[in-house]
Design a protein around this ligand. Structure first.
Ligand SMILES: Cc1cc2nc3c(=O)[nH]c(=O)nc-3n(C[C@H](O)[C@H](O)[C@H](O)COP(=O)(O)O)c2cc1C
Ligand SMILES: [Mn+2]
Length: 500
């Protein structure tokens, strides 16, 4: 998919899009409609007549697992991770066949690099000076306590002033007036680091709105600073992101975007951003953030404005987070190979809790993994880490609760540590730092100060096979697979809610 239009067409063909043709107010009204739609597992919504704007508004494009899979062209989100794993696990090839396979994989990386093009639909209309007007766009005010409209689904493009490396991040932007916004670069994020590295005190910034879904997702991906998020997008799409040079700043922008905002952010110009009804489920208090001053606004004549609402989970962003959880599993395993799987519960707003299963091999192993998680990229902000054994399904919260209850002696198996916390976490006494909780719910080894560990109850394979084969004789209603499925693969109510 090259652009948002290909994506909207696909959604429509798949029965995943509803058009709302009556006039609807981007001030709060859209939020309430979307909140109900997301919670009901409903379709993406294209508001054709947002009040006060001639541009349609697309929202809830990511709101279900099915749409997320359609966006990536996969059956299950785990299939995306498989492609990454193939590249990450690249070993020196043995025979000729292996060598050819290896070259193909390397080629898939080479083909991921963004390429520059000359045709740019996003520059059909170029507005500068007094013609710049954010008021043309149907920017939502999401929650009653928000003081202004916020741009919520942007891909914010900067370059590291020292190396020139591109960064793309999703950071909300509170509208100040027709040609300026705040830039919500949290303390741990790459965009802020680019600004801090500027020797002359300011950096050019470009904001792309309305991208193909994979490029839009990639702006939210927590890549290491020196990796360009558009390269990840190209790899995941299987075709490069097409870029064109911006009109008033020295940056490249997606040629097929719907809208691009160009401008500057300076270190010494800050103002009070917020409060904002946030993905934590609370209003984040007003805090100083830098101002983004527009030097140009370029767009397609009939540009479609993309938006998202965050709030008390689950909201649409749940599936952006789940995509990240799945896509980054191979990278996580590369550094901590004993990790089998992990789950970041949506209700834990992603940074509050991580459940990790490991192939436990030695005393203290669960503690090693907790500290690894607290030392890895954005996962380092995780407040609570629960470690379980390899056979436990980390996505089944009932199973996890069982082992947390049954296997844990709080006097021995709970680790209290300290470290950096998420920018938005309101609970710690001091912002940005506070406590960490580790719960070791693995079976304990003799070397870990446990009495002989009892055996878990499990029916023998022979009896299971016998009952399977005789099931129809018993005259019971549910089939053998259904009966067996209840114990082994039950999913948590939250996952079922998100699946609907
Ligand atoms: C819908 C949505 C809104 C977000 N808003 C912000 C934000 O306002 N500020 C921020 O620092 N991160 C925000 N994030 C998280 C960042 O996009 C994410 O941490 C990303 O990795 C940042 O890019 P970076 O690693 O290049 O800094 C948001 C994520 C999503 C999905
Ligand atoms: Mn980055």
């Amino acid at each position: 998919m090259r652009d948002l239009r290909d994506w909207i067409a696909l959604l429509e063909r798949e029965g995943e899009l509803a058009r709302v043709s009556v006039e609807v107010d981007p001030d709060l009204e859209i939020t309430e409609i979307v909140d109900r739609t997301v919670k009901a597992g409903g379709p993406a919504l294209l508001f054709e007549r947002p009040k006060g704007s001639s541009h349609p508004l697309l929202i809830n494009q990511f709101g279900t697992e099915r749409r997320m899979c359609l966006a990536f062209g996969v059956e299950r989100l785990d299939d995306i991770a498989q492609r990454l794993e193939d590249v990450l696990e690249l070993q020196p090839p043995q025979g000729l066949v292996e060598k050819v396979k290896g070259l193909k994989r390397l080629k898939s990386i080479a083909d991921s690099m963004p390429k520059t093009v000359s045709r740019a639909p996003v520059q059909e209309v170029v507005l500068t000076g007094d013609d710049i007007d954010l008021g043309r766009l149907p920017i939502q005010r999401c929650w009653p306590g928000d003081p202004a409209p916020f741009i919520t689904l942007p891909a914010v493009i900067t370059a590291d002033p020292r190396t020139g490396t591109r960064n793309v991040g999703m950071y909300r932007m509170q509208v100040i007036d027709r040609s300026s916004t705040y830039m919500h670069w949290q303390i741990h994020k790459d965009g802020r680091a680019d600004l801090l590295a500027a020797e002359d005190g300011r950096i050019p910034v470009a904001v792309a709105l309305g991208l193909d879904p994979v490029s839009a997702y990639s702006a939210s991906a927590p890549l290491p600073k020196h990796i360009d998020e558009f390269m990840l997008a190209g790899f995941l799409k299987g075709e490069p992101v097409e870029l064109v040079h911006a009109r008033t700043v020295d940056l490249d922008v997606p040629a097929n975007a719907e809208i691009v905002l160009e401008g500057w952010v300076a270190k010494d110009e800050v103002g009070l951003e917020g409060p904002f009804g946030d993905h934590t489920g609370y209003y984040t208090a007003a805090e100083p953030f830098p101002v983004f001053r527009l030097s140009a606004m370029t767009l397609r004549r009939d540009a479609i404005y993309p938006s998202i609402v965050v709030g008390k989970p689950p909201q649409e962003d749940a599936w952006l987070g789940k995509a990240t959880e799945r896509i980054f599993l191979p990278a996580l395993r590369l550094t901590v190979p004993e990790i089998v799987d992990y789950d970041l519960p949506v209700a834990g707003a992603f940074h509050n809790c991580a459940i990790v299963s490991i192939r436990k091999a030695f005393p203290g192993h669960a503690r090693k993994v907790m500290h690894a998680v607290w030392g890895l990229g954005m996962l380092s902000l995780t407040k609570c880490v629960i470690v379980v054994d390899a056979h436990v399904d980390v996505h089944d919260y009932a199973q996890v609760t069982f082992y947390v209850g049954a296997n844990v002696d709080p006097a021995r198996d709970v680790v209290l540590s300290e470290g950096p916390l998420d920018h938005l976490d309101h609970a710690p006494e001091r912002q940005f730092v506070g406590g960490k909780l580790g719960i070791d719910a693995t079976a304990k080894l003799p070397g870990e100060g446990a009495r002989p560990w009892p055996e878990e109850i499990e029916m023998s394979a022979e009896i299971k096979a016998l009952v399977d084969s005789r099931w129809s004789e018993y005259g019971l209603e549910s089939g053998p697979s259904a009966a067996a499925g209840v114990t082994r693969h039950s999913s948590s109510p939250l996952r079922q809610l998100l699946r609907r």
